[in-house]
Write a protein that binds this ligand. Sequence first.
Ligand code: ATR
Length: 282
Amino acid sequence: MMAGEEGADAYVVMGNPVGHSQSPFIHAEFARQFGHAITYRALHVEIGSFRASVEAFRSQGGRGANVTLPFKEEAFALSTQPSARARQAGAVNTLHFDAERIRGDNTDGVGLVNDLEQNLGFPLAGRDILLVGAGGAARGVIGPLLAVSPARLVVANRTASRAQALRRHFDDRIEACGLDRLPAGPFDLVLNATSASLSDRAPPIATAPLRSGACAYDMMYAAEPSPFMRWAEDAGASMVSDGTGMLVEQAAESFRLWRGVRPRTGAVIDALRRRLRDSSSR
Ligand code: ATR
């Protein structure tokens, strides 16, 4: 392809798999709000071809890319200008091609915080937070969670050593334990950052250490409540949410980085929920 053939306003989401990504829908809605002419498509990238795919897209005039599993660490390594929150996460979900520079950012954590605080009306300062999981999804949100000054952030993982490793990475500003050694709590917020739902399971949280008025939040999203969300209802959480709002909020932050304007998210979250329900009932 010729340089510039993708056009000045071309964006992609790169992943494997990426076929079910909702990002093209979300960014099309955002662009419509501002009358911006952009293209945004899902690009399936073979394992081992991430760098070459980024270079090809750039040389065709691509302006930016979202990056999803399993390439977020590679995207970080490729960034010539990683942001502070990308360095903290060790992972990048937003690439911005700016002349010779490759800016890398991570908008997942701020997406989570914005959904909780602004959309769900759940301020985080002074809260006791339990984050379940210690993989990439958990690591990506710890910095932004610490930035809003919770009273306590406990990271609990099935494999305790991975939680301990995160504790060292974050200079002991978090507590770490195995899921079988949960501190008594109680907690105001329980976040599920595990991939247990993929095998239709809730992470085994032995006790139900929830304070009254507590919120439970699954960072995954689906048309139906996840096993974690069903566990949270039984455990007495006052508010239970999936991660649809986080998905739209992280996208809004990417859009702002690329386009300099911040989209409104409420109507897009509602539209995405309808879309997920419609596609699951078909
Ligand atoms: P991601 O980047 O999505 O976080 P990952 O790095 O593979 O993916 O991490 C998956 C996380 O889900 C881990 O915290 C994993 O626990 P382990 O570190 O003990 O493997 C957690 N996980 C996956 N399935 C789980 C299950 N059935 N119960 C509890 N935790 C689970």
